[in-house]
Ligand binder design. Structure first.
Ligand code: DX5
Ligand code: ZN
Length: 223
């Protein structure tokens, strides 16, 4: 089988939501060995989304065992209250939801940046990219959700990925354009073609017996 379209500039950020929490360090080492540069950590509060996951102490523990970029996705209300605790725990990227920062979006982005970490802004499936247009130049990363946030293992919503082109056209090459939700070896290429340069994948990576092959298939199209 021939590999083409080597996407060496694409970042893979495996979402630990689908990892084995009893053997988290082992799973982190596995994805690092397979070429992941970032690690995606989903924080849910039971309010902004119906689910509850992990918080600051877990980020701190993960920081102590890895040098991967810790990409913390805050699916929480009032994210501005938790910026400093997550930065002190070792987060490198803090992504907040536009829908949770209404009327204070720019202040939240600036607060994250003033703490010395990268600031991400995310939109849910029903939010138009036009709504965040004026914030794109201030954020280091824009995250386009391709499922309704809250759970791993959901089906990719193609129409959401179609927002990528608009956002890409407003970004500079140094900025990250991330997608999250239902990313697998087919949907990843759809998103890359639309301009994504940063892919989050949970179940596709961690539920795969061959993590190495799974990560490579997100990057390389096979012919
Ligand atoms: C969903 C989370 C995702 C989730 C992705 O709310 O933000 O990061 O882990 O899981 P998959 O890749 O299984 O869709
Ligand atoms: Zn996520």
């Amino acid at each position: 089988m021939k590999e083409n379209n080597m996407n060496s500039k694409i970042i893979i950020s495996p979402s630990i939501l689908s990892a084995d929490f009893c053997n988290l360090e082992k799973d982190i080492l596995k994805v690092k060995k397979a070429g992941a540069q970032w690690l995606h950590i989903d924080v849910m509060d039971g309010h902004f989304v119906p689910n509850i996951t992990i918080g600051v102490p877990v980020v701190k523990s993960i920081r102590s065992v890895t040098d991967l970029v810790l990409d913390v996705h805050l699916m929480i209300e009032n994210p501005e209250k938790y910026i400093e605790p997550f930065v002190n725990a070792g987060a490198d990227v803090l992504t907040v939801h536009y829908e949770a920062t209404k009327n204070k979006t720019l202040e939240v982005i600036q607060k994250i940046k003033s703490c010395g970490v990268m600031a991400g802004l995310s939109i849910k499936p029903n939010t138009s990219p036009v709504e965040i247009e004026k914030y794109i130049k201030f954020a280091d990363l824009i995250l386009v959700m391709t499922v309704e946030p809250g759970f791993g293992g959901q089906k990719f919503i193609k129409e959401c990925a179609d927002k990528l082109e608009f956002i890409k056209s407003k970004q500079t090459p140094e900025q990250y354009l991330q997608v999250d939700g239902g990313i697998n070896s087919e949907t990843s290429h759809y998103c890359i073609d639309k301009g994504a340069n940063n892919l989050v994948a949970g179940s596709f990576i961690f539920n795969n017996n061959d993590v190495d092959k799974a990560i490579k298939s997100l990057l390389n199209k096979h012919t």
